[in-house]
Design a protein around this ligand. Structure first.
Ligand code: GLC
Length: 419
């Protein structure tokens, strides 16, 4: 895959994940069908009531854009097997039951907002009659043994490959494909992973594919944990994207109030960029397809920060300089961005930057930050002060009061690219 086609992904840094399926009506986690071992007939109560009257792809696209996101990924099919697109291979779709091809609506709305389009596709399928019973399957305790024995992954594979073909031929250019997932009982051989990947590349040569087919893809997908250093495979750095929930559940989970604070999410975004990765932040729209107020609020709060600080994220990446304690650096060309995780008292000392900085300013308001360089002496002129800073240290002088932004950033204009 040419570097050119992955460039947008690394520059984007921040995307929206959208989990919306039949489980959104149950409103108690997207694994509800498995957790409660529900037979088809029980789960059908959501199918019968599926009416995404508040699913507004244009509003979602605007919310993502305003939050500073540059791409979005929708669950075209989740583990429950329900499809948000019009498939000729099954009637278990939003198109059939609600007359809406949500994948089409989504792709169009995202493109109209200038966002890249990604689709999530579950390799698991708890509805397909040939998907074999494993420990996650909702019918694990109820399916008669003869029926279980008659299930044939080869037939399921043909169906699944056919659906991926539909998604990659019917909806224009798809920028990213997020397969999910490989586990102890099922892996690349079950998915026909090599063949599937070859078909995907053939149909959409510029697409970026994740690593959950169980064979290497274009990027790796740490889930619900935050890498604190660049990720490597065989010693070489890899592209990565951390995916995170707002409250621990991907699907709408009405009674779960364990929401991450927007300030924490901003830190996670910056930490991803500082470590060469992306953040894919999830929302789980309600049973009617609307963004719930808490999610909308969180996206707006993040947007209040990104609207002033976009350039520390978009097109930025790790810096070769070592960030002092309680700070994170990102860098873009000759701009080094110092993110202050805790507000220091007046001074912050930056090792290795003496002689390297042309200008410094707080990014949110463009106000100059004055600085001076130390010669190894003790700048407090006080014998009780800690030992002097090493030569080469640059010291910034900051206001006593922290600016009213979620995460203050000092933009340092370097004399050269700082290498
Ligand atoms: C896990 C979960 C799934 C979720 C996904 C997001 O694989 O099984 O429910 O969609 O993570 O990355």
């Amino acid at each position: 895959m040419s570097a050119r086609s992955t460039q947008w992904f690394e520059a984007a840094r921040f995307g929206l994940f959208v989990h919306f399926e039949l489980y959104s009506l149950a409103a108690r986690h997207e694994w509800v069908r498995s957790r409660e071992a529900m037979p088809d007939a029980d789960y059908d109560r959501y199918l019968e009531r599926f009416d995404p009257d508040l699913f507004d792809a244009a509003a979602l696209a605007r919310a993502a854009r305003d939050a500073g996101m540059r791409y979005a990924v929708l669950t075209a099919k989740h583990h429950d097997g329900f499809c948000l697109f019009d498939s000729e291979l099954t009637g278990y779709t939003s198109a059939r039951v609600a007359g809406r091809d949500l994948v089409a609506e989504f792709a169009e709305a995202m493109r109209a907002e200038g966002l890249r389009v990604g689709l999530y596709y579950s390799l698991l399928d708890w509805r397909h009659p040939d998907f074999t019973i494993d420990r996650y399957h909702p019918l694990r305790d109820s399916v008669p043994p003869e029926e279980a024995a008659g299930r044939d992954m080869a037939r399921y594979r043909a169906y699944m490959h056919g659906q991926v073909r539909e998604l990659l031929t019917g909806y224009g250019p798809i920028d990213l494909l997020f397969f999910d997932f490989t586990y102890a009982e099922k892996g690349p051989a079950d998915w026909g992973a090599e063949e599937l990947m070859a078909m995907v590349r053939d149909l959409q040569p510029r697409i970026i594919v994740n690593d959950r087919l169980g064979i290497p893809g274009d990027y790796v997908t740490p889930e619900q944990y935050q890498p604190d250093r660049p990720l490597t495979r065989d010693g070489a750095e890899v592209m990565w994207e951390a995916c995170h929930t707002l409250n621990g559940s991907w699907g709408y989970d009405r009674d779960n109030h364990d929401y991450k604070d927007p300030a924490l999410l901003v830190r996670m975004l910056v930490q991803s960029v500082a470590c060469g990765g992306n953040l894919l932040l999830n929302v789980g729209p309600t049973g009617r397809g609307a963004l719930e107020p808490r999610a909308a609020h969180t996206l707006r709060a993040i947007g209040a920060w990104t609207s002033l600080h976009a350039r520390t994220v978009h097109g930025a990446g790790p810096s070769a300089f070592e960030a002092p304690p309680n700070t994170l650096y990102t860098q873009r060309g000759d701009r080094l961005y110092l993110h202050l995780l805790t507000w220091p008292l007046k001074h912050v000392h930056l090792p290795g930057l003496a002689g390297r900085v042309r200008y410094a300013q707080l990014l949110h308001d463009g106000s100059e930050v004055r600085f001076h360089e130390l010669d190894g002496g003790d700048h407090e002129h006080n014998n009780l002060a800690p030992p002097g800073r090493p030569p080469g240290t640059l010291t910034l002088t900051l206001p006593v009061v922290q600016p009213e932004v979620t995460l203050p950033v000092v933009e340092l204009v370097l004399r050269d690219e700082g290498r």
